[in-house]
Structures are given as structure tokens and as C-alpha cells.
Ligand binder design. Structure first.
Ligand code: NI
Length: 160
């Protein structure tokens, strides 16, 4: 288990365009394992390789804590509907803002065996897919926030 350093807003690596993955290598497998470890350790639901300083088109997502996906070279095929909701990013610590996203997303990507697959998601999964794929092109959600970026601590705690 290896936790990598998460780059934060202001680090120029977050604005770079990531490169397609051509083949799976032991080094890339290690990167993916480390990305999961890093995401879970930080209580995130998604992480893009650029957030740990590696410019490869790889994202990991797990919106439930028990439903992990690796998306290599992801390409969004279809979106529909919309949802407006709070979003955050491990690279923008302590902040949150309202972002409009599609409520349904279909994405095509490669798995760790470099086999193509399609994934459909709604609600939080759709949001996470859009958010993470944008990281690969050097974009952060803060560019899309409606209104002000807020401090997480200023939000009213939700009852569980
Ligand atoms: Ni993010």
C-alpha cells in the first residue's frame, strides 16, 4: 500500500492534458493500486492520475466504498438529464461548490487488462465520471461552480 502525494490547486500539473495509455505495464498497475489507496485514505470518491502528478489518462472512482472502477483512456459517449449539487475535489481541500452536471453518463474506457468496456452511471457516479474525466484535460470543477466556492465547514452538517 502506497499513498501518493495529492497535488493541490495552484500546482500546474493539474492544468496539463494527460496522455493516452498505450499498454499496461507493472509500473502503471502500481500507479493504479496507489491511486486507489490514496483515494480511500483521503475519503474521496474519485481520483485522476494527474492529481498524483502523473500525466496518464487514468481515473479511479468508487462512489459507494464498495464499487471500484478503473477507467483508462475514458471517453464520454452519451449524457442526458441534469443534476445540480455540491461538488468537491481532493485537489481543492476544504472547499465545495454547486456544479450542474448531467444526471446520466455513458463512458467507454479500458480496464486494467486493457480490455474495452462501457459504464453507465447516474447521480453521484455520473457526477464523478464527468469530474474525473475533466481532470485528464487539465480542468478543475472550480471553473464550473455556480456562485461562490464555499468552505466545507460553513455548510450545515447533514443529519445521518
Ligand atoms: Ni477532483
Amino acid at each position: 500500500m502506497a499513498i501518493r502525494n495529492i497535488r493541490v490547486i495552484g500546482d500546474e500539473v493539474l492544468q496539463k492534458t494527460c496522455k493516452e495509455v498505450k499498454e499496461m505495464t507493472p509500473r502503471t498497475r502500481q500507479l493504479i493500486d496507489d491511486m486507489f489507496d490514496t483515494m480511500y485514505e483521503a475519503n474521496g470518491v474519485g481520483l485522476a492520475a494527474s492529481q498524483v502528478g502523473i500525466l496518464k489518462r487514468i481515473v479511479v472512482i468508487d462512489t459507494t466504498g464498495d464499487d471500484p472502477y478503473v477507467l483508462i483512456n475514458p471517453r464520454i459517449l452519451e449524457t442526458s438529464g441534469e443534476q445540480s449539487g455540491q461538488e468537491g475535489c481532493l485537489s481543492v481541500p476544504g472547499k465545495t461548490g454547486v456544479v450542474l452536471r448531467p444526471n446520466y453518463v455513458k463512458v467507454r474506457a479500458y480496464n486494467e487488462e486493457m480490455e474495452p468496456f462501457e459504464l453507465e452511471g447516474t447521480e453521484l457516479l455520473a457526477r464523478a465520471i464527468c469530474h474525473e474525466v475533466e481532470h485528464l484535460d487539465g480542468h478543475l470543477y472550480v471553473e464550473r461552480v455556480e456562485g461562490e466556492l464555499m468552505d466545507v465547514q460553513d455548510l450545515e452538517p447533514e443529519e445521518e
